[in-house]
Each structure stands twice: as structure tokens, then as C-alpha cells.
Design a protein around this ligand. Structure first.
Ligand SMILES: C[S@@+](CC[C@H](N)C(=O)[O-])C[C@H]1O[C@@H](n2cnc3c(N)ncnc32)[C@H](O)[C@@H]1O
Length: 336
């Protein structure tokens, strides 16, 4: 093991197995480790694609600091690979990491816990400098034997080799309420390419709708390098009529009404009294794998999202909402 590989192994070992669960401390160590390595200059910045924005390598690398996200994804991904070794015994697992960013953060720290003869990794990202950076990282760590390909590619179009079973897909290309980034389009392309019994990470993203007083909702606040839960005293903030809208997983189809809209809700009657819960909010829950989950305000990607205030819908009877994955994924509201 190289000196760098030993360092990342030791940090990850604490993260996975230490009972102390000092996530913010360990994740900062991981971030310092990664950012001590040279990163390729990014001439592209954030890239606007057909189904969402691909973050620049700097913005993608900053995602590491969303510490509960990173720690929970690492634990869940580790567990999913362990589970896959049981489901597919005595074969080398093929794992695809789509949108790996400059450090392949959700997989590279785990590699030293497996043998290269047992796992075969493909890394893809649309950002050229992220791919150049991750290539340098793999070479610095001496991890070439784990890797079959590191490619610049659009994960919404990428085709895994047809005659090779794909056992695990890992992708975290999302923002709260599935806005802005192309998680849905990437999942739609890659999940059907999994072999039977293969695992999608995250396993399930559930989107729900409810009424609340948005400015009282707890949320994870990022200020420079610190992440703190704002409104944490309001843990039991009043919420009304929470309805699941849809789940994104490897099987479920949504009630897609047309090509543009991935999801369209039923009509919701506008409540008569909404002084205490005047905002239409969307909540994101992520089951990464098994018990490894992110709840509201655990991370920037599960923060509550305010669609609009019910006061803006005065004089209307009902509304429905649609989620669209074209250009910049977002939510639309229609009233009647
Ligand atoms: C939110 S960042 C996450 C980076 C890293 N996976 C992590 O979890 O820390 C999303 C990454 O996905 C990449 N990405 C976004 N859309 C993509 C697409 N259509 N094809 C390939 N990569 C994409 C971005 O360039 C960025 O590196």
C-alpha cells in the first residue's frame, strides 16, 4: 500500500468502523487529504446539459464537506458492495460510478477494503478536468488494478458494455427536491442496465409534498466551511397533509403524463385554513442502502424545498404540480 493509500484507508476505517461517529471530523480529514493533491485546472465550470447542470470540479469537490451526506453514502456504498459479494459469489463485481467528480469520493476511500480481483470499477464524469484529476488520484494511490475505465461521458447516455453484467451503480448527482442536477435522467439511463439483483445506490429517493411554515423548517445551512442545522429547535415544526409524490428506484415507474414531465401529481384542493402552514413544501428522503438513510435537513440534498406560498394561490380552488427533467430539472405548479 502506498503512503497515500494508507492515509485514506486509516481515515475511512474510522468512518466505517469507529463507534465514535465523529463524522464531521473524519470527513474534514478526508477533504484535507483530497485537496492536498493537485487538481486539474477546470476550463469548463458548471456545464448546462439537456437534463441538468453538471458541477465544476471545484463545486463537485466541495460536496465532500456536506459531511453527513458523504459519511452516510460511504457507509451505505460499502454495505452494498458487501451485500453484492454475497449475491454474486465468486465473481468479480462490476461497479459503475456515474458523476464521480475529481476524487470519486463515494468509492475511492472504500477500495482498500476489497481486493482488486473482486471488484472492477468504471468511473465516468462529463467534466474533463474532474476525470483528469481522478486519473491522477488513482495513480497516486496505486489503485490501477481496481479500475477498468476512467472516461469523460454523459451518464444520461452512457452504455455499459452489453455482454458484461453490471452489478452496482453509484450516482449522486442531485440537489434538494431533485432540482437542478440530472439524477433522474442518469437513473433512468443506468438502472435498466443493471443485471438482475444488481444494486442502485442510492436505492430509493422519495419525494413528498406537504404544507408547512417554511421559514420555521430546520435546514442544513452552509456558511463558508461550516455546516449547521438552522432552526434546529423546531424539530417538530407543524406540517400538514404529507403525501408521497413518487420514488426514484431501479423498478418504479412514475405517472409520467407526457414526454416533458417525468411526474404529474393529482389535483390538490387548496386548504381552507392555512395560517399556521402557509407554504407548499417538497421533502426529500434518501435511502442510500438498507438502514443508511438521509432525512430532512441531514444534508444539503435533503433540505426542505419551498414551492410557493398558499397565499399566492388565493381565489383558486385546486393545484397540481409537475416535475420536469428537461434543461434544468424543476417543479411547476398549475392552478384551477
Ligand atoms: C454533486 S457532484 C458529486 C460528486 C461526487 N460524486 C460526490 O458525491 O462527491 C455531481 C458530479 O456529477 C457530474 N455529472 C453531472 N451530470 C453528469 C452527466 N450527465 N454525466 C456525467 N457526469 C455528470 C458532475 O460533473 C459532478 O462531478
Amino acid at each position: 500500500m502506498t503512503k497515500s493509500a494508507r492515509k485514506i484507508h486509516d481515515i475511512t476505517e474510522k468512518l466505517l468502523f469507529s463507534p465514535l461517529k465523529k463524522d464531521s471530523e473524519y470527513i474534514l480529514e478526508l477533504f484535507d487529504f483530497f485537496t492536498s493533491l493537485p487538481i486539474e485546472e477546470d476550463h469548463q465550470g458548471d456545464i448546462s446539459l439537456k437534463n441538468g447542470i453538471a458541477l465544476s470540479n471545484k463545486n463537485a469537490s466541495d460536496c465532500i464537506k456536506d459531511y453527513k451526506r458523504t459519511a452516510t453514502f460511504l457507509r451505505g456504498t460499502y454495505k452494498s458492495i458487501m451485500e453484492s459479494t454475497k449475491r454474486f459469489p465468486n465473481i468479480r463485481l462490476n461497479i459503475l460510478y456515474a458523476g464521480c467528480g475529481p476524487y470519486a469520493t463515494l468509492l475511492v476511500p472504500l477500495l482498500s477494503f476489497f481486493e482488486p480481483k473482486n471488484i472492477n470499477i468504471t468511473l465516468i464524469d462529463i467534466n474533463q478536468s474532474s476525470i483528469a484529476s481522478v486519473k491522477n488520484l488513482i495513480s497516486k494511490l496505486g489503485y490501477e488494478d481496481y479500475i477498468s475505465d476512467i472516461i469523460v461521458a454523459d451518464a444520461t447516455q452512457f452504455q455499459y458494455p452489453k455482454n458484461t453484467p453490471l452489478h452496482v451503480v453509484v450516482t449522486e448527482t442531485m440537489f434538494h427536491a431533485l432540482t437542478k442536477e440530472p439524477q433522474v435522467a442518469i437513473t433512468q439511463n443506468l438502472a435498466p442496465q443493471l443485471t438482475e439483483g444488481g444494486l442502485l445506490i442510492p436505492e430509493e429517493i422519495t419525494i413528498s409534498l406537504g404544507y408547512s411554515f417554511f421559514s420555521k423548517e430546520p435546514y442544513l445551512n452552509q456558511y463558508d466551511d461550516t455546516y449547521q442545522i438552522a432552526n434546529s429547535a423546531n424539530k417538530n415544526v407543524k406540517r400538514e397533509t404529507i403525501n408521497k409524490l413518487f420514488s426514484l428506484n431501479k423498478n418504479e415507474r412514475t405517472n409520467q403524463k407526457d414526454l416533458l414531465h417525468f411526474f404529474e401529481s393529482k389535483w390538490h384542493l387548496i386548504p381552507e385554513n392555512y395560517e399556521e402552514t402557509p407554504d407548499i413544501c417538497i421533502y426529500t428522503h434518501i435511502k442510500i442502502f438498507d438502514t443508511f438513510q438521509l432525512q430532512d435537513a441531514d444534508s444539503l440534498i435533503t433540505n426542505p424545498y419551498c414551492l410557493t406560498s398558499l397565499y399566492n394561490l388565493q381565489d383558486q380552488n385546486k393545484f397540481k404540480i409537475k416535475y420536469n427533467t428537461q434543461n434544468i430539472p424543476n417543479w411547476e405548479i398549475t392552478v384551477s
